[in-house]
Write a protein that binds this ligand. Structure first.
Ligand SMILES: Nc1nc2c(c(=O)[nH]1)N[C@H]1C(S)=C(S)[C@@H](COP(=O)(O)O)O[C@H]1N2
Ligand SMILES: [Mo]
Length: 229
């Protein structure tokens, strides 16, 4: 029983001021509840919009993936650009990386209320890619397909042609981590994170007409226009 005594005996000596004031059990309870809220919050309250939660900035990305695809293999990886284009493309990663690069810093926000400030993205603008594919004038939207074969989302051509709409292969000066979309993810500044399709392997030009196109989260009710207002 000396162990127990030791724990009890030293608790007073080692207790912080906070512990002394609110009692050790309450303190531990609060810590556990706090941690649980931190890790489980997303699961318990999955659809809190950013405006309601006050755009909590956690300062780090929470890996948010509904499915996983194969890991990046430069020998077999290709970026396909097809659909309503006159010159379909199939680029190796070396060919893609050889295209003109842009780099800029923007905040990132998930619609669920967490975000990361000042993320540095580096990649190739969609404008640059589309020029090479010679897009058909009938096309009005682009669908971005993930190698997980589950996740997709779309952009209007207007969104795609903005100077800061990029397929990024670097974040904060490093190649994308595997869970963050290695080697490529879509970046659409000013829009919620669900548009930032990870593991992009195919860009398909389409003309969905009045029906529109619904991406993964948009089929669950999130707006197709994900701009942060
Ligand atoms: N392929 C794929 N891309 C995805 C997702 C996903 O589940 N699968 N989740 C989206 C959502 S909702 C967000 S908020 C961001 C999260 O980016 P992170 O996992 O790098 O933090 O990725 C987006 N891109
Ligand atoms: Mo998200």
């Amino acid at each position: 029983m000396s162990g127990e005594e030791k724990v009890g005996g030293q608790a007073g000596a080692e207790a912080t001021d906070t512990e002394k004031h609110i009692g050790r059990r309450t303190f531990i309870g609060l810590v556990v509840a706090g941690l649980a809220a931190l890790f489980l919050g997303k699961e318990i309250f999955p659809h809190i919009p950013a405006w309601l939660s006050g755009s909590v900035n956690t300062g780090r990305f929470r890996i948010n993936s509904v499915a996983a695809g194969p890991d990046f293999d430069p020998a077999t990886w290709r970026l396909t650009v097809d659909g309503l284009v006159r010159k379909p493309l199939k680029l190796t990663f070396a060919q893609f990386s050889g295209l003109p690069q842009v780099e800029f810093t923007r905040d990132f926000d998930c619609v669920e209320g967490w975000g990361v400030k000042d993320v540095v993205w580096k990649g190739v603008t969609m404008r640059e890619v589309l020029q090479r594919a010679d897009i058909d004038p009938q096309a009005t939207n682009l669908v971005f397909h993930s190698s997980d074969l589950v996740y997709t989302d779309s952009l209007t051509l207007e969104e795609a042609l903005r100077p800061d709409t990029v397929l990024a292969h670097e974040m904060n000066g490093q190649p994308l981590q595997p869970g963050m979309g290695r080697p490529l993810r879509l970046v659409l500044p000013g829009n919620y994170g669900y548009k930032y399709v990870k593991w992009v392997v195919r860009v398909e030009a389409i003309a969905p007409g009045t029906d529109g196109y619904k991406g993964y989260w948009e089929n669950y009710g999130y707006p197709v226009d994900a701009s942060i207002r």
